[in-house]
Design a protein around this ligand. Structure first.
Ligand code: 6PG
Length: 240
């Protein structure tokens, strides 16, 4: 694992740097593998990045969009990560529906929808159960409690090692999330973290010792490149 930590002056600089790196990794993936698979983060931090990506004329037919997690709400719900990304980016570019792979949230229940998405990923990547695909880019954020994707502290989702996708839980609200091993098989993982409210979580994530079940982002140790892009308010206490 190649570990990079950058503290940028402010959120604008953070988004500009993440745009530069993500575009470079998209180009690299297409050059090396003739396609790019990107799993998006939800929440608010990445929205300006998605809006900036919408202004570029990329080889959309070679780009496939996934989500690292999803709130278990309809895709029209204001809380939907899919809705945020469509409005900020995907609805503004010439991307076929076949290149957009949302996590289903309108089936029988979260567990069956997670199983359906697992099957879809296995079919898309042409892998068998037990194998893990290597996403080209996975974008992540962290919460004030150091959760990432929908891998929340002290939840069973943190322990899942034999599946690609599982059911997460935030204060009783179901979510569907990539698992730790799926994220850790990525070629490039980017954490985009902004705001002073993330300082405490970052301090524990970067500490020499801390319980990863309490600070789940510590579990993210990808085979490929790991990038932490922080704005100054979030990263000012880190000795990096
Ligand atoms: C979600 C995200 C989640 C998010 C963090 C940070 O579905 O909410 O995937 O993991 O990245 O909670 O969110 P902010 O960027 O809004 O701080």
């Amino acid at each position: 694992m190649n570990h990079n930590v950058e503290v940028l002056a402010d959120k604008t600089a953070l988004i500009e740097r993440s745009l530069e790196l993500v575009r470079a990794k998209i180009d690299e993936a297409i050059q090396q593998r003739d396609r790019c698979t990107i799993a998006l983060a939800g929440g608010s931090t990445p929205k300006p990045l998605y809006e900036s990506l919408a202004t570029f004329n990329l080889p959309w037919e070679k780009i496939h969009i996934f989500w690292g997690d999803e709130r278990y709400v309809p895709p029209t719900d204001p809380d939907s990560n899919q809705l945020m990304a469509r409005q900020a980016w995907l609805d503004r570019v010439n991307l076929d529906d076949a290149n957009i792979h949302p996590i289903p949230t309108q089936g029988e229940n979260p567990a069956t929808d997670a199983q359906h998405h697992e099957a879809h990923l296995q079919e898309f990547f042409a892998i068998s159960p037990g194998e893990f695909p290597n996403f080209d880019i996975i974008l992540l954020g962290i919460g004030d409690d150091a959760h990432t994707a929908s891998l929340f502290p002290h939840t069973s989702a943190l322990q899942v090692r034999d599946r690609l996708v599982t059911v997460g839980n935030k204060d009783g609200q179901p979510r569907i999330t990539f698992t730790v091993p799926l994220i850790n098989h990525a070629h490039n993982v980017f954490f985009l973290v902004a705001g002073a409210s993330k300082q405490q979580a970052l301090g524990q994530i970067f500490a020499a010792e801390a319980d990863p079940l309490t600070y789940p982002a510590r579990l993210i140790q990808p085979l490929g490149e790991l990038w932490w892009l922080l704005d100054e308010p979030a990263g000012r206490e880190l000795a990096v």
